[in-house]
Each structure stands twice: as C-alpha cells, then as structure tokens.
Design a protein around this ligand. Sequence first.
Ligand code: MF3
Ligand code: CO
Ligand code: CO
Length: 255
Amino acid sequence: MKISIKTSQQIEKMRIAGKLAAEVLEMISPYVLPGISTSELDRLCYEHIVNVQKAIPANIGYNGFEKTICSSINQVICHGIPSEKRILKEGDILNIDVTVIKDGWHGDTSKMFLVGKCAPHNQRLVKVTQECLYRGIEVVKPGAHISDIGNAIQEHAEKNYYSVVEDYCGHGIGTVYHEEPQILHYGKPGKGLQLTEGMCFTIEPMINQGSKYCKTLKDGWTVETKDGRNSAQWEHTIAVTSDGYDVLTRRSDEF
Ligand code: MF3
Ligand code: CO
Ligand code: CO
C-alpha cells in the first residue's frame, strides 16, 4: 500500500477531528481525581463525543474493543480497558487515549494524568515521556527520514535511563484509523522513507522505567510491562507541512 498524501482541504478536516479529540482530554481533566472509576471517565468521554461533539468514538468496535477510551494506569503500557472496578487512587499515573471520527476523518491523541500527589520518580517518567514526544515531533519536516523521529525519542529516553517499548508504534491516519506508515519510536537516524508534505501520522512513544518488554493480559487487550515497573505514553496526530509540522491534536495547556 502506498502512503496517502492529504490535500490541504483534507488536512483541514483532520484538524477539526484532531481538535475534537484534544477537547475530550481537556474536558475530562477536572474529573481525573482519586475516587473516580475509569468506566465513569469513559462514560463522560462517550457522552461528550456523541452528544456535544456529534462525533464518533473510533475505539468502540475497533477489533472488538468496547469502550471509548483506553485507560492505562501505572504498569499498564497501553490499551487498558475502563472498568467500574478500577477506582483511581492518589499517586496513580494514568494515560487516557481517545480517537474521534468527525466527517469521516480521525484524530488520535493521549496524555498522562497525575492522580493527586505522585512520587517524584513517576512525575519524572511522565515529564520525560512528554519531552520524548516533543523531540520526535520537532524533527518532522519534508526530507527528514522516518527513522529520525524514533532516533530522537530513543536518545532522550535512554539519556534518562528509561527504555522504549518496541512492540507498538505510531501510524499513518486519515479516513482510516491505522494506516501506513508505521512510526517506530526507536532506531538509527537517516533510514526508511523520507517525509513529504501532506503525510499525516501519529507519534505515541511508550516509555518504561524498567525494561522494554511487554506482556498482554488474558483479557486480550491490556498491555503491561513484563517487570511490573511503570510506563508512560503521550500521543499526537501530526501533519507534515511545507516547512515542518502541524500538531493537529494540540491542547490549550501546551506550547
Ligand atoms: N488509540 C490507540 C492508538 O494510539 C489505539 C487504541 S485501539 C483500542 O493507536 F481498540 F484499544 F481502543
Ligand atoms: Co491513540
Ligand atoms: Co494512535
């Protein structure tokens, strides 16, 4: 399959979907407190997307996933399933990952939340992982090699004594949720395809305090660190512009 190049009109539609996805994370922020269940957070996001945004939660029905958000806490790397049994507690670190479809176009984004007061080592993991995302984004421009993104991420993670999850990657996105190219979050620079204006993809590094290895739980979705240490993830949907990049899922708390 060839990598799809979006026209400026198509990118405007991606921008609308991306903004809605970002707004879901902004909307849910004040609710992320000790005592709330992850299924309640999921319900609030669902209601907002469907009733306020008049949009579609892309995760529902995706390969049989039944929820609007992925809620991934502490040692969960990604794809945590919201549950009424999982009540947030002080000190948890939580990733909420949401994808919205508007007018046929996808916006995919995630951020970390610190639940109440968190241990300094967890605060640091969350901060460095966000820096990893930004390091990856900053290399995006026409002519850059796709592996420059992963190289920038891996350098920053390893300089901070963390590891990069290799089993999951970023992805092309548009009218299809996951399309080519794959965006690895590690690797040597100057390899693979060169970026061109109109490409749209996510960058979504998963960074571990311990080793890079993962395991999937029996529910078929939840991915945890093999060693039980914590993991963090941040995700944006990006468009390649004539001279750099546009972050389509930028929130008001950023930049
Ligand atoms: N949003 C995730 C990603 O960044 C995919 C979640 S798929 C689900 O690509 F089915 F688990 F929701
Ligand atoms: Co996502
Ligand atoms: Co994604």
